[in-house]
Design a protein around this ligand. Structure first.
Ligand code: PLP
Length: 397
């Protein structure tokens, strides 16, 4: 039998939560899935006109440009210009998704056994993205009690712990699942650490357009266009236009020209090796990005209605602090603090068995202790309202 690689030797058995979910589904009962973060399943935006844009005859010829067609990159530069940031189109690199952009950046920045620093808590896909590139992940702590701000000493300790193998600091801005934007002073802390240790800064800004209202003035609106260190800001259509099926992401490079230019030259070769972004989506991109106002408006309305429903359910259950929503600035999910009379798996099991409600445990996102559930704010409003009321009452029982 041919050997398979060590890096893919995952335990692929269904975990106990998966087994329970399958049993709940098999029972024929309706399941309320409050982990749903795929906007195409939440009846928010009708994707029909956007998919029609992909069928336009302009997509029939093929003239590949490794980092993306000029018109596509110009549309991305306009997206940043609308946010008040000037991004030269020569510093934009298109990919099929943000996840692919991470893989390319790991290839660019890291050799086998090098490390990247990732915030804790954050997004669970990092583990797979890093393993597939033979890169080690070293977590650096965000301080929960202080609104998930960066712990400067913890960050330094994590860099030292990499024993000279650290190559980049990653951050998710706003963070998934905490929904917190990076404070301006924390952005400087991160950049100082990058400058001191010769690290690149990779900022995942897929949710950056989804602040809940006006962003507080001490929060950074975007990392794009900052010039102190070699920076890579990632985003894409999955969240900007709620079109994950369309597959286009991008990386914006920033920093001193002497750092950006050699890195960009190599990134172009990586992109040229795959040429993974389809021509139809690149040519439709100006049209798709121009439509984002309406799409994002619909998502913002959904997210804020569901956030209000959650707060109302908590208030209705009694102001005794048993169930608490953690403060957040934006994003599509929220963290709920729950009694530690059961562990997170215990709550997941009880909510599934008794209420047919599915939520994520906090440990899935590497929260630093037990007692949290993560709830998606995308599900359809009436279903969300009903399920969240039942969830909060169950947590009080
Ligand atoms: C924080 C974050 N970054 C990146 C992604 C992946 O986006 P893409 O579809 O562009 O790979 C996700 C998907 O949920 C995400 O939550």
């Amino acid at each position: 039998m041919p050997r398979l690689s060590r890096r893919t030797s995952w335990d692929l058995a269904t975990n106990p939560i998966g087994v329970r979910v399958a049993a709940a589904r098999a029972s024929g009962d309706r399941l309320f899935d409050l982990t749903e973060s795929n906007p195409t399943r939440c009846a928010i935006v009708d994707g029909t006109p956007y998919l029609a844009a992909l069928g336009h005859p302009r997509g029939t010829s093929y003239e590949p440009i490794s980092i993306g067609e000029v018109e596509a990159r110009a549309a991305i530069a306009r997206y940043y210009a609308d946010r008040g940031v000037t991004v030269p189109i020569e510093r934009i690199v298109c990919s099929a998704s943000t996840s692919e952009a991470y893989a390319w950046l790991f290839k660019l920045l890291c050799d086998d056994g090098d490390a990247v620093l990732v915030p804790r808590p954050s997004y669970p896909l990092f583990e797979f993205l890093a393993t597939l590139e033979d890169v080690n992940l070293i977590p650096y702590p965000l301080i929960r009690e202080e609104g998930f701000r960066v712990d400067e000493h913890g960050l330094e300790r994590a860099i030292e712990g990499a024993g000279g193998r650290a190559r980049a600091i990653l951050l998710v801005h706003p963070n998934n699942p905490t929904g917190t934007f990076v404070r301006r002073d924390d952005a400087e802390t991160l950049e100082r650490a990058c400058a001191r240790h010769d690290l690149a800064l990779v900022a995942d800004e897929v949710f950056v357009d989804y602040a809940h209202g006006e962003l507080p003035s001490d929060r950074l609106p975007t990392f794009a266009g900052r010039d102190r260190v070699l920076g890579f800001t990632l985003s894409g259509l999955s969240k900007v236009c709620a079109l994950p099926q369309v597959k286009l992401g991008w990386t914006v490079m920033s920093g001193p020209a002497a750092l950006v230019e050699p890195a960009l030259a190599r990134l172009e070769v990586i992109a040229d090796t795959y040429l993974s972004v389809s021509t139809p989506v690149q040519r439709a991109l100006p049209e798709l990005l121009a439509a984002r106002g309406a799409i994002q408006g619909a998502i913002r309305a959904r997210v804020s209605a569901n956030l209000r429903a959650l707060d109302a359910a908590i208030a209705e259950a009694g102001d005794d602090g048993v169930v608490r929503r953690l403060p957040c600035d934006g994003g599509w999910s929220v963290i709920v603090e729950v009694p530690r009379t059961l562990d997170e798996d215990g709550w997941i099991a009880r909510l599934l068995d008794e209420e047919r409600i599915l939520v994520h445990p906090g440990y899935f996102f590497d929260l630093d202790r037990e007692g949290y559930l993560v709830v998606s704010l995308l599900p359809e409003e009436r279903e969300f309202q009903d399920a969240i009321g039942r969830l909060v009452r169950a947590l009080h029982r």
